[in-house]
Design a protein around this ligand. Structure first.
Ligand code: ADP
Ligand code: MG
Length: 408
């Protein structure tokens, strides 16, 4: 019997379109002998849809067609099964699923919010759990955890938009602990959205103004000089991990922009070399996904390779991640110093291109991810999370006030 995999994608996130691309790629790559794929698309308005048409990228050009031909559903647990049930007057079970596979990017869907829902209803799911997803999405949380594990990172400070609005001078003073140029980022976005470089103190207000449009938590980092960016992927969970090849990301910008990541650097107005890049999130659908980046195998010494592999595994484990994550590193080519930039818990294209050179095909990668998700579920289920006995049972004739007193 084939395993029914509910691939969940989209959602209310600035990376909505990128998730559609990643999910459609993955659904097409999944082994048809082993898996029955059930697409579950979450619209930007948080409505859930299912239907075969959602496997075709063309369907997303005209949303009215999805509304008309796909089925609006809810996912919930019914008599021990996990079902997609249609909404509206005539409710019916459209499909049941064995395992959920979030192929989602960004806030609300990659940051533990969706994972929390899946875990609450009890369905097995692929990828990071709530904690790993939440810390993986928040650039400040991950830095705080990693600094306790001696993971090398750039110097940084962070603050809330409210702190800045209350006393901007205090924030500027805080940032002055860092060496300029600095880079200002919303803590929980992605795809380079809202990120700006401040070459001097004079640029700081502008950069912070940009970032606080996207998040109430802001991080400011020292910039790595003589930058070479490399990516590595880790496949596994807290028990076992495999490392992919290390790839260099080529860029002639100050940093990788949204266009470079998802539009192949062709569409949209490109900032000129040396200029601070700043890209709006409100874009037409990107065409090619992460693959369109110009890239090559990293030209690094074996010692650096080993160092990156070791840091990547330790960083992945420190967050308790699971599935296939991509970890992005920065190297100062003059000093050869390596810095971990961030983790992408559910990366664009699931980073399959980092596994192919290791003789792991995309369908095999998806296979491993699903197996790991099922293993995680079994592990979770084997732990005691509640007691069968009801401590409230023996209580007699106590009002709400009395009950509270007894439980305290
Ligand atoms: N400290 C830094 N020094 C130099 N370049 C940086 C630094 N932080 C980020 N960048 C550049 O900005 C890009 C986007 O930043 P990143 O933190 O990866 O945000 P996102 O989550 O949007 O991908 C990176 O790929 C890199 O090119
Ligand atoms: Mg990044």
């Amino acid at each position: 019997m084939r395993i029914k995999v509910g691939v969940i994608f989209g959602g209310e996130t600035v990376e909505h379109e990128v998730s559609i691309i990643t999910a459609v790629q993955a659904m097409n790559a999944m082994d048809k002998e082993k898996y029955e794929v059930i697409p579950i698309y979450i619209t930007k308005n948080r409505e859930w849809y299912t239907g075969e048409m959602l496997r075709d990228i063309e369907s997303y050009k005209d949303f009215s067609l999805i509304k008309k031909y796909a089925t609006n559903v809810v996912l919930y647990e019914k008599n021990g099964s996990y079902v997609l049930q249609s909404k509206g007057m005539f409710k019916r079970v459209v499909s049941d699923i064995d395992v959920a596979f979030p192929i989602t990017h960004g806030t609300n869907v990659e940051d533990g919010v969706l994972q929390g829902y899946l875990q609450t209803i009890g369905i097995p799911y692929v990828g990071p759990n709530v904690y790993a997803a939440a810390t993986g999405q928040d650039k400040v949380y991950q830095k705080q955890i990693w600094s306790n594990e001696d993971i090398p990172m750039t110097k940084y400070v962070w603050f809330y938009d409210a702190d800045y609005k209350r006393d901007s001078d205090e924030v500027v003073k805080k940032v002055s602990k860092l060496k300029y140029p600095v880079i200002v980022k919303p803590a929980t976005c992605g795809s380079s959205i809202g990120i700006k470089v401040a070459k001097t103190k004079n640029d700081l207000t502008d950069a912070i103004g940009e970032a606080i449009q996207y998040d109430n938590k802001i991080v400011v980092e020292e910039m790595v000089q003589n930058l070479k960016e490399v990516n590595i992927s880790i496949l596994g969970n807290y028990e076992r991990q495999k490392v992919s090849i290390i790839e260099e990301v080529l860029s002639d910008q100050d940093f990788l922009t949204y266009e470079e990541k998802y539009l192949g650097g062709k569409k949209g107005k490109m900032p000129r070399k040396g200029k601070v890049a700043n890209v709006s999130a409100k874009r037409a659908m990107p065409s090619k996904g992460m693959l369109s980046c110009t890239r090559k195998m990293a030209d690094i010494k074996e010692k650096t390779q080993k160092e990156i592999e070791d840091i990547a595994i330790r960083a992945f484990k420190a967050l308790g991640s699971s599935g296939c994550a991509r970890l992005d590193f920065m190297i100062d080519q003059k000093t050869n110093k390596v810095y971990l930039n961030e983790i992408n818990s559910i990366p664009g294209s699931l980073a399959f291109y980092l596994w192919e050179p290791k003789e792991i095909k995309y369908n095999e990668l998806l296979d491993e991810m699903i197996n790991i998700g099922i293993k995680d579920y079994r592990k979770r289920s084997s732990k005691t999370r509640s007691f069968d006995s009801n401590i409230l049972e023996g209580m007699q004739n106590v009002g709400v006030k009395g009950a509270k007193g007894k439980l305290r």
